[in-house]
Design a protein around this ligand. Structure first.
Ligand code: ATP
Ligand code: MG
Length: 656
């Protein structure tokens, strides 16, 4: 964050946005909730005993000796314990008599579908585990997985977990060079891929990208290929087809237990802020916290809920809340291969109606897109099955939260805004749907067992009403153990800003009740006339204008104020771009947040630069706002977006 201007009051981050709407939990949900308010007291009384009880929800081959070994900043959880993640996620449910229960309803983009029960999943995972062994993959080996959203993706992850191989899933939209660098960084032995997957109505090839990536990676011995689209592909010597090797394997496989601290996977962060980091997660603590949070935050009832997380499994949300958490809990989940607008913009709601989905977990970027497309689309579908709505990935603007509650949840379903990151492995800050009276835009409180706070630049806790840096003050079970192969970068990135505290890089504030509001990345904070202003609050103020669907703001150098706020906005479907829109929006922000937050410029744009996980990349907008050539765009989902935005610049409206 930029230094304070001398002479101004030291406030790490301004608290400008006031929000008075409150939504109490529905009485029937509260009465039957998996987790009640007592959990906060229990965890506060004895945090480690609380996590031990959460770990006891799993099946251990050998119980641990020591709950936590903390050699700051390196943690080990459940030391001496042994378990098998795949056993917990699959076999355990079959042995408990739930083999016929559906684990996944899978829906392909073209409309084909598959249903996998826990017994089916067990056969498939066992066969895949046997095939991996035949291919020479053993405990501790790294396996890169580059696949579309098809059942073989979770099957491959579980097969790796079963034999103790470390998977590194690389999102299927990444380029050959991104895949290559991740293969090299992890020194992977095998790539599992598919010929292609369906995206926006067409088969989209994956195999050529893998061929290009592995041409230069001698560590790769085999490429295991699933046939999904049956498009024509080049076949190389090291290629092996899933149908040839997996299908002929025995469906029996003994799951050996692994140490609680055995590495489970590496996952590279999405790259919003720069060079991706290989985040390392391990076995026992990770599964404990993903399973417990999925049970608590979504109030998952394995016998009646149909749960759908719309994330791609290539991101951490998919790892923790499509694969490991839900399966450990014996949930029935939906997996969807494609995009929300194929073949029409009601596809998500059609799926909610078809599968009678009860819990929906999606991202603010998707919600704002649905707002832009119009209320009439979800209105055409039966959404009465829904009971809980979740959000993750970015701060949810209050207006988007209220729209989600109203148009998707029909004012019946609590919205849980869940703050966490690849590094934390599982949800850290979130309402509990049967306990918390929700505030639109607030992530509310650290979950039981999590000690998080907001501090000023000296590391002192800020009082209620103050803003600053989000920190985590005690280790948690699913925390990253390090950055793969780079302990020093782990220390420097997360543990050197504040003594003894984990710093995730996000700003936050505490409101008058002490509830937490996430304010975006501290790298994006704008310093205007000595005030540190968060991007989130200004963006939320813009989105609260009826004509605005989405907004991104950045601070650009200004001779008078140090930095000035430059806003990029996308209008709602029905709104027209008029001459006075800029004046309107500037005044609207000034009225909502105060004159200090009034943007210098408003640019109406057709799109915003986003990562492939859908997050706004503000550093590129800063380049545009400061008339620099645009920086590294390799992590952008669509690099042509920046040209569209740059074209808009000369028409920027600056007033006063
Ligand atoms: P990189 O670290 O490479 O820049 P990334 O941070 O975008 O990538 P993720 O780990 O997927 O990769 O994203 C985590 C970040 O997303 C958090 O640090 C936070 O900035 C944001 N985030 C996630 N959930 C929320 C939420 N509920 N509210 C506010 N911000 C959120
Ligand atoms: Mg990050």
């Amino acid at each position: 964050m930029a230094p304070e201007t001398p002479g101004t009051e030291t406030q790490a981050l301004s608290n400008l946005l006031q929000e008075n709407r409150r939504f109490a939990p529905p009485a029937n949900l509260a009465a039957a909730a998996n987790v009640t308010a007592a959990a906060y007291d229990e965890a506060a009384a004895d945090r480690l005993a609380f996590w031990e009880r959460a770990a006891d929800r799993l099946t251990w081959a050998k119980r641990w000796d020591t709950t936590l070994e903390w050699n700051a900043p390196f943690s080990k959880w459940f030391v001496g314990g042994q378990l098998n993640v795949a056993y917990n996620c699959v076999d355990h449910h079959v042995e408990a008599g739930n083999g016929d229960k559906v684990a996944y309803f899978w829906e392909g983009e073209p409309g084909d579908s598959r249903t996998l029960t826990y017994a089916d999943l067990q056969c498939e995972v066992n066969k895949a585990a046997n095939a991996l062994t035949e291919l020479g993959v053993g405990q501790g080996d790294r396996v890169a997985i580059y696949m579309p959203m098809i059942p073989e993706l979770p099957i491959s992850m579980l097969a790796c977990a079963r034999i103790g191989a470390i998977h590194s899933v690389v999102f299927g939209g990444f380029s050959a060079s991104a895949l290559q660098s991740r293969i090299e960084d992890a020194d992977a032995k095998l790539v599992i891929t598919a010929d292609g997957g369906y995206r926006r109505g067409n088969p989209s090839a994956l195999k050529p990208t893998v061929d290009e990536a592995v041409a230069n990676t001698p560590s790769i011995q085999h490429v295991l290929v699933v046939k999904r689209t049956n498009q024509e592909i080049a076949v190389n010597e090291r290629d092996v087809f899933w149908d040839d090797i997996v299908e002929r394997q025995s469906d029996q496989h003994v799951a050996e237990p692994h140490d609680a601290e055995h590495p489970l996977y590496i996952l590279y962060t999405s790259g919003t802020t720069g060079k991706p980091k290989g985040i390392l997660h391990t076995t026992g603590g990770y599964l404990t916290q993903t399973a417990w949070t999925h049970h608590a935050v979504f109030d998952l009832k394995p016998d009646s809920d149909i749960y759908w997380c719309t994330a791609d499994i290539g991101w951490v949300t998919g790892h923790s809340y499509i694969v490991y958490g839900p399966l450990a809990n014996g949930a029935t989940s939906v997996i969807y291969e494609g995009t929300p607008d194929t073949p029409h913009r009601g596809r998500f709601w059609e799926l909610v109606q078809k599968y009678k989905i009860t819990i929906l977990y999606t991202a603010p970027t998707a919600i704002r897109t649905f707002m832009k497309w119009g209320d009439d689309i979800p209105a055409k579908y039966d959404m009465s099955s829904l009971r809980i709505l979740g959000s993750v990935g970015e701060p949810i603007n209050p207006e988007a939260y209220v729209w989600y509650r109203e148009h998707i949840g029909h004012d019946r379903c609590p919205v849980v805004d869940t703050w966490w990151q690849t590094e934390t492995g599982a949800i850290m800050i979130s309402p509990l749907p049967g306990v918390t009276s929700g505030k639109p835009g607030a992530a509310m409180k650290p979950l039981p067992g999590i000690v998080a706070d907001v501090v000023d630049d000296q590391g002192n806790s800020v009082p209620n009403g103050g803003g600053g840096f989000l920190v985590v003050k005690e280790p948690w079970p699913s925390m990253l153990r390090t950055i793969w192969g780079d302990d020093q970068r782990y220390i420097d990135t997360y543990w050197s800003r504040f003594d003894g505290m984990y710093f995730p890089g996000d700003g936050a504030k505490k409101d008058e009740d002490g509830d937490l509001w996430l304010l975006g990345r501290v790298d994006d904070v704008m310093l205007v006339s000595g005030h540190n202003i968060s991007t989130t609050e200004v963006e939320s103020a813009l989105v609260s204008h009826p004509k605005v669907a989405e907004a991104a703001v950045v601070g650009a150098t200004d001779p008078v104020t140090g930095q000035a706020i430059v806003s990029f906005v996308i209008l709602r479907g029905t709104a027209e771009e008029s001459d006075d829109i800029a004046t309107d929006l500037r005044n609207h922000v000034a009225k909502t947040l105060g004159p200090i937050a009034k943007p210098r410029q408003i640019l109406v744009v057709p799109e915003l630069p986003k990562t492939r996980s859908g997050k706004i990349m503000r550093r590129l907008l800063r380049d545009v706002a400061e008339n620099r050539s645009v920086g590294d765009v390799t992590t952008l989902a669509d690099s042509t977006v920046m040209n569209l935005i740059s074209e808009k610049l000369p028409s920027a409206k600056s007033e006063d």
